[in-house]
Design a binder for this molecule. Structure first.
Ligand code: ASP
Length: 586
């Protein structure tokens, strides 16, 4: 291969094939850098010694596909290239075969590229020739192998489930496939194999996994793909901790592929804790900034009586941050869901805050004391004003939730602006005890926070009808450095509970039967307790390769608006196809 030759090969006869990376014509000598995915070798063609090969060498251009037969020579000391692994040798071409020609590519095939992503995607087959893309694809392959190996060791079996099926709700729209044989009927592409993996448990498979494509028709989301890959996992007779251990072991093996030894066991945080302290259910734990919900001190109660919910965050050693930086942070805070932002700084000279003018220095001091602020601290404050509206009770009130959301966004923004995110470091955590439902303010109804097959916690069962907002689920997420990389739950395995959950979601018995009748039936034939998880494989490989964009680790990705720029999909189809399907375009 083009990246393999070393000094030890000097004198050997070799045959190399690959793409012409670069050609330099010095008249009597032509140098060709020959490339394949393993690297590059310099080939020399001499007019004097090998006239036929030299003639061919004059014709080749970048990206021509050539074969070279020749001999490995040691380079003289002054021509050694220490930058490349093959830099101590070159191949003298005795024969040169032009296997195929190439047009001049629209961009150079090299790692450092400023080429627009659109162009890269349109000519993805050329983009994939870049060594970095080759490395990513190969890392992805090794990651898939590690998954298969690890899960097989733990007695999971890989089972394929259908792509043409009925819709399973995972919170997005379905991609539909019209039936030609039964006009007016449609298959849905699976948003996940959720029901099938549960049916496999009922079918006695007991430990299942699949590296599987899932399809979700979501509106524009910058870093989502309409089709993406999950490592989908399910086990019967599950213990949450046993499952966590299997998954942590898998993470350990995956990160070892990147030469990283991760720390185990991963910490657990409840959803409420994560929301309160980090304002996010996927907290970035690489840095320690934490919010605290605060009570308004008596001294400030009169002035701050408008607030329903307040949070404060200490940023130690940042009291020196300039006024203008804080003004800009304030501008940012205005774009969040909070109603109010303020701050104070604690220094040897006392407390400085624009808030003093509003609520008085005494009240600011009381606030600072309540928070436990220390000299050197910058303290950020966020608030939500009282509103007249009331929604059904949830584990956190709707004001709390708005405050959580804003505090999470502001925490990340402050960390970014003040450069508090350390480079490197992998901080995994399990987020547990999610609420079972979330209240949709627009639709005025409850939705499943994970999905409707997730089991409520045993002790909350009685609240399913009376106080659904307060029911906790046996659901969990795996988060890493601020990304959710997996999510799952212990499932409902009793039909009566499944029916109650459908009902809590506003489905009538008839609606539930029409959509999930087959599944409700199955639950009645001896369903073992079961649970599982799905891991975001694209995201994991992206993180492993130090990429923030999952398109970089997918061979043929689509744009954020779900377009394949290379094949130009989606595309129109001819009217005969539509006729056969009984479809007319409105
Ligand atoms: N089906 C779920 C999802 O795709 C994962 C799970 O609950 O196992 O998010």
């Amino acid at each position: 291969m083009c990246g393999e030759l070393r000094k030890a090969h000097v004198g050997q006869k070799v045959f190399l094939a690959g793409w012409v990376d670069r050609r330099r014509d010095l008249g009597n000598l032509i140098f060709i850098d020959l490339r394949d995915h393993t690297g590059m070798t310099q080939v020399v063609v001499s007019r004097e010694k090998d006239p036929e090969a030299h003639e061919k060498g004059e014709q080749v251009r970048s990206e021509f596909v050539v074969g070279v037969e020749g001999e490995v020579l040691e380079r003289s000391a002054e021509t050694v290239n220490a930058q490349v692994a093959t830099g101590e040798v070159e191949v003298r071409a005795r024969r040169l075969l032009i296997l195929n020609e190439a047009k001049t590519p629209p961009f150079a095939i090299e790692d450092e590229t400023k080429t627009a992503e659109e162009t890269r995607l349109r000519y993805r087959y050329l983009d994939l020739r870049r060594p970095r893309m080759q490395e990513r694809l190969r890392l992805r392959h090794r990651a898939a192998l590690a998954v298969r190996e690890h899960l097989s060791e733990h007695k999971f079996v890989e089972v394929e489930t259908p792509f043409m099926t009925r819709s399973t709700p995972e919170g997005a729209r379905d991609f539909l496939v019209p039936s030609r044989i039964q006009h007016g009927k449609f298959y849905a592409l699976p948003q996940s194999p959720q029901l099938f993996k549960q049916l496999l448990m009922i079918g006695g498979t007991d430990r299942y996994f699949q590296i599987v494509r899932c399809f979700r028709d979501e509106d524009f989301r910058a870093d989502r793909q309409a089709e993406f890959t999950q490592v989908d996992i399910e086990m019967a007779f599950p213990e949450r901790e046993a499952l966590f251990e299997i998954i942590e072991g898998l993470m350990e093996k995956l990160w070892a592929l990147a030469g990283v030894q991760i720390e185990r066991p991963f910490p657990h945080l409840t959803y409420d804790e994560a929301m309160e302290r980090f304002g996010s259910d996927k907290p970035d734990l690489r840095f320690g900034l934490e919010w605290r919900q605060i009570a308004v001190p008596a001294a400030a109660r009169e002035k701050l009586r408008l607030f329903e919910s307040l949070k404060a965050m200490r940023l130690p050693k940042l009291a020196e941050i300039s006024r203008s930086q804080l003004d800009r942070l304030q501008d940012f805070a205005r774009t969040t869901s909070a109603d109010w932002f303020s701050y104070f700084k604690v220094s040897g000279r006392g407390i400085q805050s624009p808030l003093g003018k509003v609520i008085g220095d005494e009240a600011v001091k009381a606030l600072a004391e309540g928070i436990g602020a220390e000299p050197g601290d910058l303290v950020l404050l966020l608030g939500i004003k009282k509103s007249g509206t009331t929604s059904p009770r949830t584990t956190r009130s709707s004001a709390d939730r708005r405050l959580d959301e804003a505090s999470g966004v502001l925490r990340l923004e402050a960390a970014r602006r003040f450069e508090l995110i350390p480079k490197g470091g992998w901080h995994f955590a399990w987020i547990v005890d999610f609420p079972m439902f979330e209240f949709d303010e627009k639709e005025k109804r409850f939705n499943a926070m994970h999905h409707p097959f997730t089991s409520p916690q045993e002790e909350d069962l009685e609240k399913l009808e009376s106080d659904p907002g307060d029911v906790k689920a046996l659901a969990y997420d795996l988060v890493l450095n601020g990304s959710e990389i997996g999510g799952g739950s212990i499932r409902i395995h009793r039909q009566d509970i499944q029916r109650r959950v459908f009902k809590a979601l506003g489905m009538t018995e008839e609606q539930a039967r029409a959509r999930f009748g087959f599944f409700l039936d199955a639950l009645e034939y001896g369903t073992p307790p079961h649970g599982g998880i799905a891991l975001g494989f694209d995201r994991i490989v992206a993180l492993l390769s130090g990429e923030s964009n999952i398109r970089e680790v997918i061979a043929f990705p689509k744009t954020a608006s779900a377009v394949d720029l290379m094949c130009e999909a989606p595309a129109e189809v001819d009217s005969r196809q539509l006729d056969e399907l009984g479809i007319r375009i409105k």
